[in-house]
Write a protein that binds this ligand. Structure first.
Ligand SMILES: Cc1cc2nc3c(=O)[nH]c(=O)nc-3n(C[C@H](O)[C@H](O)[C@H](O)COP(=O)(O)OP(=O)(O)OC[C@H]3O[C@@H](n4cnc5c(N)ncnc54)[C@H](O)[C@@H]3O)c2cc1C
Length: 536
């Protein structure tokens, strides 16, 4: 079953009524962008999503990608779909205007990305990684690198990949062993990267790999890692893909889900050395990569929302059709009439709406940061985005496991059978808590950098805001019960904050042991806040 429709009404309500998109656009000096325009954009994206990308979802799952003599070949139909995606201008939606992008607000871009993710998670990974690579080059690349690579990456003509992981360096990037040796105006990269998403394919003329490697004089640990731009094809004198660079895919993984997204082992420099160009300062590659990871972490949150929405829509449709109850007159009725099935569907619906709300709020904070008029405003928004990022990545990806599990459960035995598609969502979702930093790493980021790092100040600001929403809710008819629960939850959040600040001083294991539970607590608290904000 490939039918799905984007929840336009829910998205529009959040974008316009909760987040006041028109005002946001005016504040950002984008007078030509408004709610009406956003609705038209979403409708058009929804068409490509439901008519082109969604029908390829189960085909991609069944056929996957294949490694052949001349490299990785994506699932048949994907290249054509990608061409349409590029030709319609979707790739450049949020790109920098200076390099040909349309510079649309992050909030609108997040809603559009949700459509790709809901339609076809494996496909959407390719643009996700390209966007992350673009952000990194924009933030850290030299003018020459920007002018040479960004226009084609932003237009989608060239894709990007993110090459961090090695067999001995997963969560612990301090162990990165790939090497980079200076040679004239470039570097020669050698070593192997594993698990590289869309590390090779035929959908674009070139692939721009961003690779972490060590210079010969690099200090040990994370402070000795540099970032390099390594194109699949070196550019000729006209700036077009020419000679093949020495970076090849030597294997693709067989895996639980997202079969259409090739997960590649890439060998750099087996022959003459792969030509690479330094991005940012030497030994400062991890900082540059963090720009990409933060973007990608929020992106994985959107993926979790997308697959949850799809799982919910399919479960709802099935529950309306599947007859399992028999009335006294012998007529049969559908399973949606059973309270427990409705419980599962309502959990799915409520959780998905809360996920969407938090993701859009986080995206809007990014817009606020860009439009900030003073350094203080900018700092405040950047800090808040920093706080949201591990919650969006950690809590939402974990929640998507439960939602896709319930989607399968609603189908009963048919959920376990591949034909319905429900099992695919469950399998596809499983990686979301693993890549772009596992849940454990998100918990550490939240407890360590984002809470202990500023003595809990940013978190206190968020708790105060949630408390104010709870206060507003208590004055709304029929919502006082929700207000009381939210107040209680803010109190728990405050206690958890105080406990962490107090106990982490005595024992550094404390933060590590409690961090994931704390992240989940704050995630549910934010989810309740979002639902409450919608209520007011
Ligand atoms: C399908 C897929 C696609 C991927 N795509 C890419 C890609 O495009 N580019 C790329 O570079 N990588 C990619 N990865 C790699 C991915 O980012 C890593 O798998 C992930 O970072 C975890 O590393 P690891 O697998 O080595 O697990 P490990 O680091 O060995 O972790 C194992 C367990 O230990 C825990 N753990 C490890 N360190 C800590 C710590 N300090 N504190 C608490 N717990 C800890 C983890 O949470 C986890 O539960 C991909 C992986 C997959 C499966």
């Amino acid at each position: 079953m490939s039918d799905y429709s984007f929840p336009y009404k829910d998205a529009a309500f959040l974008i316009n009524d909760v987040l006041d998109f028109d005002q946001m656009c005016l504040d950002a000096g984008k007078e030509d962008v408004n709610a009406e325009f956003a609705a038209a954009v979403l409708e058009e994206a929804g068409r490509l999503g439901s008519e082109v990308l969604a029908p390829l979802n189960s085909i991609g799952d069944e056929l996957g990608a294949k490694l052949e003599e001349d490299g990785v070949h994506e699932t048949p139909g994907f290249a054509d779909a990608y061409r349409q995606y590029v030709d319609m201008g979707w790739a450049s939606l949020s790109g920098d205007e200076e390099y040909g992008g349309q510079a649309m607000p992050r909030l609108l871009a997040a809603a559009v990305v949700e459509i790709w993710d809901t339609a076809n998670l494996a496909f959407s990974l390719c643009p996700l990684l390209t966007t992350g690579a673009i952000e990194s080059i924009v933030a850290h690349g030299s003018d020459e690198l920007k002018n040479t690579y960004l226009p084609n990456m932003i237009s989608g003509e060239w894709a990007g990949s993110m090459c961090l992981t090695e067999s001995a360096a997963g969560s612990d990037l301090a162990a990165v062993a790939c090497k980079a040796v200076p040679e004239g105006d470039h570097y020669l990269i050698t070593g192997q990267k594993i698990f590289i998403t869309w590390g090779d394919h035929q959908m674009t003329e070139n692939i721009i790999h961003l690779v972490l490697a060590r210079l010969p004089d690099a200090p040990a640990g994370v402070r000795g890692i540099s970032l390099f731009l390594v194109p699949k094809f070196l550019l000729d004198e006209n700036g077009q893909p020419g000679k093949r660079n020495d970076a090849y895919c030597v294997g693709i993984e067989h895996k639980l889900g997202i079969h259409a997204s090739p997960t590649c082992t890439l060998n750099f420099g087996d022959n003459d050395g792969a030509v690479g160009y330094l991005v940012g300062e030497p030994h400062n590659g991890l900082m540059a990569m963090f720009t990409m990871m933060n973007e990608a972490r929020q992106g994985v949150g959107i993926q979790s929302l997308g697959v949850s929405e799809r799982s919910y829509q399919q479960a709802l449709a099935y529950a309306k059709e599947r007859l399992q109850g028999t009335r006294s007159d012998g007529s049969r009725y559908p399973i949606i009439e059973f309270p427990d099935v409705r419980r599962m569907l309502m959990v799915m619906k409520a959780a998905t709406e809360a996920m969407r709300g938090l993701i859009y709020i986080a995206a809007a904070e990014g817009d606020r940061e860009s439009a900030a008029k003073t350094p203080e405003e900018k700092h405040r928004s950047a800090t808040r985005t920093g706080l949201y990022t591990p919650i969006v990545k950690g809590w939402i990806t974990e929640l998507s496991q439960e939602i896709t599990y319930l989607g399968t459960q609603v189908h009963g035995g048919m959920g376990y059978i591949e034909e319905t598609g429900s099992a695919q969502y469950y399998r596809d979702a499983r990686v979301l808590t693993i890549y772009e930093g596992t849940t454990g790493i998100q918990g550490l980021d939240l407890a360590g950098r984002k809470i202990l790092g500023d003595n809990g100040e940013a978190l206190q600001g968020l708790l105060d805001e949630i408390q104010a929403t709870a206060q507003d809710l208590s004055g709304v008819d029929n919502l006082s019960a929700m207000a009381a629960t939210l107040k209680q939850a803010v109190e728990s959040g405050g206690q958890a904050r105080a406990w962490l600040l107090e106990n982490a001083k005595q024992d550094r294991n404390v933060a590590g042991a409690a961090s994931v539970n704390l992240m989940m607590l704050l995630g549910f608290l934010c989810g309740g806040w979002v639902m409450g904000s919608i209520g007011t």
